[in-house]
Design a protein around this ligand. Structure first.
Ligand code: FES
Ligand code: FE2
Length: 453
């Protein structure tokens, strides 16, 4: 049923607004054989925390596929199809061996690359080990997370090391959170910084610094190579203008700047609070697999707590379904409650996108184009690397003292967002310390000339 314009504006119009609309499968379905699932398989994805791997294999569900993850006795990580190539017993009951994993049913032994090392019930000259490899994916560990390449083996790209993985004095603390809803409604959240004003501040009480409650001036900018979007998110707080730059990289990577940032003094790009991937489990479940960043010049008020970061936990409120009761979630909802309550798979046809949703709409458009391009045979670009081989990123905070004047302050925030966004973008290829001093120098120069005008 579709309500007409008159019915939409009618009071007590529930009857007219009953909807039988369905989700958008092109963007939300990621199982085997789907265009978006195939697209996700063109990027290295985190699949688990290394701490989840014990003496026995674990089942990992990702992109609608069931896999087993284990560490063999020589220390190598294996990520294999769950069902044995022989007669499909699950390798979650397999015996982890010196080299690979042995199926419990008839003892076939599989190496981490899928090589069939032994098929002990078969004759010695059996052609099976020569002719068949078990389904396996390349996997590697980094700072407490396991990443996998689930795409065509001929296309495996170099692992993307972000410029935020090795900042001096900054520690990466891994975490993983299960969401019982579709991946897209979780991944698109960072394109919408306005929810911080309401969900995180005004509607409940401040989850973070009270400055989040100031309405920001936000603009979104696609990267030239269409690998993502960066946004500038600008607020006034007392005598300071606080410019946050952040980005979403395709398919579903985001870096919120310092989540406990306090705009109480000038700062020039101290780093990010989180690097996170939203990974589809199946069409109605996903995981955030991420690093919290601690140390350096982050969280100067000491509000974060690394002991609260890990498997199904993170050190800010309203992020998981296990830490609080339903009633507590109702009393002070967070991202978790807002996002899972959009439904198992949000139905875009029943939304009313408004002015604050420009970034969400831009992200969906870019994603749809990338999914279609791949379906048409055009491989998506990997994230751009800088001269040092790392993927340069945009997320950070620039806070400058600019007391209010007679000048239109919203316009000032808009102009500052554009200029500082441009400076952060143009300095992307500099080494981090040089980039920070260059950002400070250029911002101060610009303020000196522009604000005198
Ligand atoms: S089912 Fe695995 S060895 Fe037979
Ligand atoms: Fe949020």
């Amino acid at each position: 049923m579709t309500a007409n314009a008159e019915q939409l504006a009618l009071r007590y119009n529930g009857y007219h607004r009953v909807s039988d609309a369905r989700e958008d499968p092109e963007l939300t379905h990621t199982g085997p054989g789907t265009p978006c699932g195939e697209y996700f398989r063109r990027y290295w994805l985190p699949v688990a925390m290394t701490e989840q791997i014990g003496e026995r294999p674990i089942v990992v569900r990702v992109l609608g596929e069931e896999l087993v993850l284990f560490r063999d006795l020589s220390g190598r990580i294996g990520l294999l199809h769950k069902h044995c190539s022989h007669r499909r017993a699950s390798l979650e009951y397999g015996i982890v061996s010196e080299r690979g994993i042995r199926c419990c049913y008839h003892g076939w032994l599989f190496d981490v690359d899928g090589t069939i090392l032994e098929a002990p019930g078969e004759p010695e000259n059996s052609p099976i080990p020569r002719k068949l490899c078990h389904g396996a994916y390349p996997a590697r560990e980094l700072a407490g997370l396991v990443f996998a390449w689930l795409g065509p083996p001929a296309l495996v790209p170099e692992f993307p090391t972000f410029d935020t993985f090795s900042l001096p004095g900054v520690e990466l603390v891994p975490y993983l959170i299960e969401y019982p809803c579709n991946w897209l409604q979780v991944a698109e959240n960072p394109m919408d910084p306005f929810h911080s004003v309401f969900l995180h501040t005004r509607v409940t009480r401040a989850h973070f610094n009270p400055a989040w409650g100031a309405m920001p001036v936000v603009e979104w900018h696609p990267f030239e190579d269409r690998t993502g979007i960066y946004l500038t998110n600008v607020r006034r707080w007392e005598d300071f203008i606080w410019v946050r730059t952040a980005e979403v990289l395709l398919p579903a990577i985001a870096q919120p700047p310092d989540i406990y940032q306090n705009p109480d003094r000038e700062k020039f790009f101290p780093g990010v609070g989180i690097t996170k991937w939203t990974v589809p489990v199946d069409d109605t479940h996903c995981r955030i697999i991420a690093y919290r960043h601690f140390g350096g010049e982050l969280d100067l008020d000491g509000k974060g707590d690394r002991s609260k970061v890990g498997l199904n936990k993170v050190d800010f409120v309203g992020q998981t379904g296990v830490e609080r009761s339903y009633e507590e979630g109702q009393a002070m909802p967070g991202d978790y409650e807002a996002q899972i309550s959009q439904g198992p798979i949000t139905v875009h046809a029943d939304e009313r996108l408004a002015t604050t949703d420009k970034g969400v709409a831009m992200y969906r458009r870019m994603l749809r184009q990338a999914v279609r391009d791949l379906a048409d045979g055009k491989e998506p670009p990997q994230h751009r690397r800088g001269p040092d081989g790392q993927v340069p990123t945009m997320a950070g905070d620039v806070i400058v003292r600019v007391p209010p004047t007679n000048r239109d302050d919203i316009e000032l925030q808009r102009v500052m967002g554009r200029e500082i966004g441009r400076i952060v973008h143009e300095t992307m290829d500099l080494e981090r310390a040089a980039r920070r001093s260059e950002i400070e120098r250029r911002v101060r120069d610009w303020l000196g000339t522009d604000l005198r005008a």
